[in-house]
Design a protein around this ligand. Structure first.
Ligand code: NIG
Ligand code: FE
Length: 408
């Protein structure tokens, strides 16, 4: 009798996997494995075996079979950086930006993150959870089976608690795996001295969030948190057991990347303006360099130099940065297409970046389809990764499995 979430996927036209589990650094990002006529066996939501189709069909004849003879199969994609717990929208701000106002200018006038913070303050908890689940479903339909979610718009103790609770609740209900990050240090709320907000973060907000989240993130940027403030925020998280992450070198290189690497940050994200010393720090560490070409595209800014990061030996990951202000772009396939067409990555590097490296950026052991791994798998309506990249603007998987459950 076949058990739940158990099946074989065979034959597979082309199975394309990163070289191995764990992050791929530098040149190894390009060394992926393409296996023709492959098969995968899944038992009770876990990968049981990966081999040639014939062996899989012979050994696991008791399991239901799904045919993928004409398809590319990859691990489920991992989105290691999103801000999908937002309320309302910022469409008018986007149109203003299209007419020439800058992201920084809009923020200075009380728009931007502050506008989303106000919407968060007013939001009903139930609608926050509903929105989150809808966005998780959207991402899943696009092939993302693991989603990092930042609680990043609640900028008062009450609003922050409401947001953290909503993310925690959505994580228990969502079909994809949700990994929660706390980011109370996203912006300073208006009408409060900086020192008072920092003290709230230290004494109330980070300790509360640490009960429901895995990482602590900070926006180290002109107009947001200085390098010294960022270091303090990350230290307060460490005291509560939260590993550091940072938004660094997005619009200005302040030294946040170097500081975060020296603290053992799990990732440094954005890096549009990363310097030589930032690149060297990342290359000689275990910190993942997260690039998000969707943000550069959406803000019409120069892209992060992924080529230089990889050539220097960094482990580069991709994220969507899906959020209401700087990236209304939910698709990781779109990020992979931009990575290849605008940031100089190869299709193989983009695959490593969107699977094992993105997983390493959120401490998840997934993205390689190794035996025992959570069975998160995508079946694509094309034959090779080159075709997926070529069709990046609209491609969606024809089947998605999350923990062995067919969810698309
Ligand atoms: O990752 N850079 C800072 N934070 C977000 C944008 C958030 C927003 O504009 O609402 C980002 O791009
Ligand atoms: Fe972000």
């Amino acid at each position: 009798m076949a058990s739940v979430n158990s099946f074989v996927l065979a034959p597979i036209g082309e199975l394309h996997l990163p070289r191995s589990a764990g992050p791929a650094k530098g040149a190894s990002m390009n060394q992926t494995r393409r296996v023709a006529e492959a098969g995968v066996a899944v038992r009770e939501g876990r990968i049981e075996a990966v081999a040639d189709a014939e062996t899989i069909l012979k050994e696991f004849g008791d399991l239901p079979r799904i045919d993928a003879a004409n398809s590319l199969v990859t691990p489920g994609l991992v989105d290691c950086h999103t801000h999908i717990s937002w309320a309302g929208n910022r469409a008018d701000e986007f149109i203003r930006r299209c007419r020439g106002a800058s992201y920084e200018q809009i923020a200075k006038e009380g728009g931007g993150i502050a506008a989303s913070a106000l919407a968060m303050e007013r939001a009903e908890p139930s609608s926050l959870v509903e929105n989150l689940l809808e966005r998780c479903n959207l991402l899943m339909s696009l092939g993302t089976t693991t989603i990092e979610v930042k609680a990043s718009y609640g900028l008062s103790p009450e609003s922050s608690r409401k947001e953290v609770d909503a993310v925690a609740e959505a994580a228990t209900q969502a079909k994809p795996t949700v990994v929660a990050t706390y980011m109370g240090a996203h912006a300073y709320p208006s009408g409060l001295p900086r020192s008072e907000y920092l003290s709230l973060l230290e004494r109330e907000m980070i300790p509360y969030a640490s009960k429901h989240t895995r990482f602590n993130d900070v926006f180290c940027e002109v107009g947001a948190f200085t390098v010294d403030e960022s270091r303090k925020v990350l230290e307060w998280g460490l005291v509560c057991g939260l590993r550091p992450k940072i938004h660094s070198d997005e619009f200005n290189a302040l030294g946040g990347t170097e500081m975060a690497v020296s603290m053992g940050a799990v990732s440094c994200d954005h890096l549009l303006k990363v310097t030589e010393s930032g690149i060297n720090a990342l290359a000689s560490s275990n910190t993942i360099a997260v690039t998000m070409p969707g943000t550069a595209f959406y803000l019409d800014k120069p892209y992060a130099d992924a080529r230089k990061l990889i050539d220097a030996g960094c482990a580069v990951a991709l994220g969507s940065d899906y959020n209401p202000g700087s990236s209304q772009i939910p698709s990781m396939a779109f990020a992979m297409g931009l990575a290849v067409s605008r940031m100089g990555m190869t299709p193989e590097e983009a695959l490593s970046a969107a699977t094992v490296n993105a997983a390493a950026a959120i401490n998840e052991d997934v993205g390689s389809l190794k035996v025992g791994e959570r069975a998160d798998i995508c079946v694509w309506p094309c034959k090779r990764i080159e075709e997926l990249i070529y069709e990046f603007a609209f491609i969606k998987p024809i089947a998605v499995f999350a923990k062995g459950d067919r969810v698309v």
